[in-house]
Design a protein around this ligand. Structure first.
Ligand code: DQA
Length: 156
């Protein structure tokens, strides 16, 4: 059977540790929306754009690596908010490089306005683009940026 075209394969939206606590977690930094709210908004935006999404979260670095490895054949692109692993995980960077897919890095908060240990991102080394500080809008903007590339409407 022919493998699925990029149009048919979902975009992997992958969320790292503590993002399952959104809503309760430091709302002054991360807002009041829950991860389920963000998932709903992503699904609605993807539908409008003609995309589908796999929306995942894990608190475990190895499980995030497994999701990203599987994306190589199962997904068309990756939107990633790796949470604190952004700043520490060479394993996640290596997995993103193995995936050989377009990657967009998202953070709810503006990591550059925060502690200096948040200013460095391993994920950025594999990312086409980085969106931070715009709350959950960042996920939707990432999908909007990917759509023309995945659907073959890119002007490039
Ligand atoms: C975050 C920023 C990270 O520094 C932090 O560890 C998170 C969330 C964000 O979305 O703003 O868990 O990725």
């Amino acid at each position: 059977m022919a493998s699925k075209s990029a149009k048919q394969r979902p975009v992997l939206i992958v969320n790292g540790p503590n993002l399952n606590m959104l809503g309760a977690r430091q709302p002054e930094i991360y807002g009041k929306e829950t991860l389920a709210d963000i998932e709903r908004a992503c699904r609605a935006a993807a539908k409008e754009l003609g995309l589908t999404v796999d929306f995942r979260q894990s608190n475990k670095e190895g499980e995030l690596v497994d999701f990203i490895q599987a994306a190589r054949s199962a997904n068309s692109a990756i939107v990633i908010n790796a949470g604190a692993y952004t700043h520490t995980s060479v394993a996640i960077l290596d997995a993103l490089n193995v995936a050989e897919l377009p990657v967009i890095e998202v953070h709810l908060s503006n990591i550059f306005r925060r502690e200096s240990f948040r200013h460095h991102s391993y994920v950025s080394l594999a990312a086409q683009g980085v969106i931070c500080g715009l709350g959950s809008q960042g996920y939707l903007l990432a999908l909007r940026a990917l759509a023309p590339q995945l659907l073959g409407k890119s002007k490039k």
